[in-house]
Design a protein around this ligand. Structure first.
Ligand code: E4P
Length: 218
């Protein structure tokens, strides 16, 4: 499973990139607004830190303007994945960009029907939002399982399932069990994966027992 981080904060991205476990980055207009930084400037900085796909999202909703924004963003760096919303205009732009070899991440997916359309439009990634579905008492993870199963039926679909709107480690683990290709999560949730109380208590005991031996490895 590829690990993307869902943030536009440079320090958080650098920290995770240093772990060697980071495969890409996703941003959205809300995350850019939260960063308080210039959109292009922050995306270019991220693209230099991470070799893998960096998702940068269009802001317009009409086809003509969205296409112009997408063409502009696509030229910013080699590893850009242009992010478009799952709308008719978004999928038209997706098809145009994909036909020209640009990676597209289709975002705001909440149904299997939408996921089929994105695959047919040649999306590199489909982003189903599990947390936002859970928030309205629908089963976000069931959507992941259904999309993975549908895509598996069609070898000519090359779209990767990018699990988005992740709120906790179980969203990641359950998606991995289902065979989702990629997940994107806030740094805090990724860090939670390291944690287990038995790891912490076990390590404390090893450190204490080792100190009692009076030895040094170096
Ligand atoms: C994905 O690309 C989105 O940026 C993100 O996962 C949305 O998550 P949220 O529902 O926590 O805002």
């Amino acid at each position: 499973m590829k690990f993307f981080v869902d943030t536009a904060e440079i320090d958080e991205i650098k920290d995770l990139a240093d772990s060697g476990l980071l495969d890409g980055v996703t941003t959205n207009p809300s995350l850019i607004a939260k960063s308080g930084r210039d959109f292009k400037e922050v995306i270019l900085e991220i693209c230099k830190i991470v070799d893998g796909p960096v998702s940068a999202e269009v802001a317009s909703t009409d086809y003509e303007t969205m296409q112009k924004e997408a063409d502009n963003i696509a030229g910013w760096a080699e590893n850009i994945a242009v992010k478009v919303p799952l709308t008719e205009a978004g999928l038209k732009v997706c098809k145009n960009l994909s036909d020209n070899g640009t990676m597209v991440n289709v975002t705001l997916c909440f149904s299997t029907g939408q996921a089929i359309l994105a695959a047919k439009a040649g999306a590199a990634f489909i982003s189903p939002f599990v947390g936002r579905l859970d928030d309205i008492s629908q089963d976000g993870l069931q959507l992941i399982s259904d999309i993975v199963r549908i895509y598996d039926n069609y070898p000519d679909f090359h779209t990767e399932v990018l699990v988005a709107s992740i709120r906790n480690p179980m969203h990641i683990i359950d998606s991995a069990k289902m065979g989702a290709h990629v997940m994107t999560a806030p740094p805090k949730v990724i860090k939670q994966l390291y944690k287990h109380p038995l790891t912490e208590s076990g390590l404390a005991a090893f450190v204490k027992d080792w100190a009692e031996t009076g030895q040094s490895i170096l």
